[in-house]
Design a protein around this ligand. Sequence first.
Ligand code: MRU
Length: 358
Amino acid sequence: MRERLLAAEKVKAIDWRNGVLHLLDQRLLPFEERWCVCESAAAVAEAIRGMLVRGAPAIGISAAYGLVLGARARLAAGGDWQAALEADFQVLADSRPTAVNLFWALNRMRERLQRLKVGDDPLAVLEAEAVAIHDSDREANLTMAQLGVDLIRQHQGNPQPLLTHCNTGALATGGFGTALGVIRAAYLEGLVERVYADETRPWLQGARLTAWELALEGIPVSLNADAAAAHLMKTKGITWVIVGADRITANGDVANKIGTYQLAVNAMHHGVRFMVVAPSSTIDMALESGDDIVIEERDGRELLELAGQRVAADVAAVNPVFDITPADLIDFIVTEKGVVERPDAAKMAQLMCRKRLH
Ligand code: MRU
């Protein structure tokens, strides 16, 4: 499976090359593949805030590289560079609030900094840590793809229609994807008849990114309005809803792209299995439940306008971009440490004690 996934890999969104961060500008897809170069922590923070790069693991990886860029500038400026670097930690942490991978990656960089020994080259150490964060995310996705496929195979042997939401693919991660990684692998194993991709209003991650990634690999995909999901579950024989996550709390509640919660409610009503795929860097054991998660609210213009053109009446808009799916609506959480069925606090605690499976 691993080799077949590696061979099928076509999309990459993050490239650390010659000491600078190259990001594929996701705002322009699918029409233009333009790479932007970030040379400072502030530039990376702006890229995350403006959604040039998006997806929970991808913003964590980018923030880690951003910190390397910050450290290089602070070291060159001399003086107490570690104290000065605090401003870069802050600007990166302030870029988006909901996905915990961002804070997880920054914490890991901070811990590595605290373990520096006399004689270490701080820049080389931080760069190696950021690269390790990036590489281990790709590896985690390969492991989760295998676990997700095993689960699907346990429940069905023939190709079935699946539904997904937002973009959880190579664009959103260090490679392959979380939910989309499972879907890719399931397709290679002959278990996917068609992928129904929610368009994912208002930013259209499904229409612009997921549809593009799947079409590039020749995986049969139909785009649907978010509001069509329940109807499709009822009429198209969908067997699985497979989504990613931005933060999973200690009790198994899941924050993910707005619209995920209503998918889970509808999936339960229609007897469709609901799978969440996320690396352990998305799990926040410090928060008891989804009620504690800060939900990002973005500019109402994302709803009121389409491609810069006003389409709505002259009213206010409310634009929460994530929601919380309660644990009791979830059949499986798939991580690189293993699978949790019908998550609850005890099972999540047990999972987090396990080692990674790769
Ligand atoms: O606002 P976005 O595009 O960053 O939101 C992305 C999502 O909600 C994804 O489903 C989630 O980050 C998982 S990506 C592997």
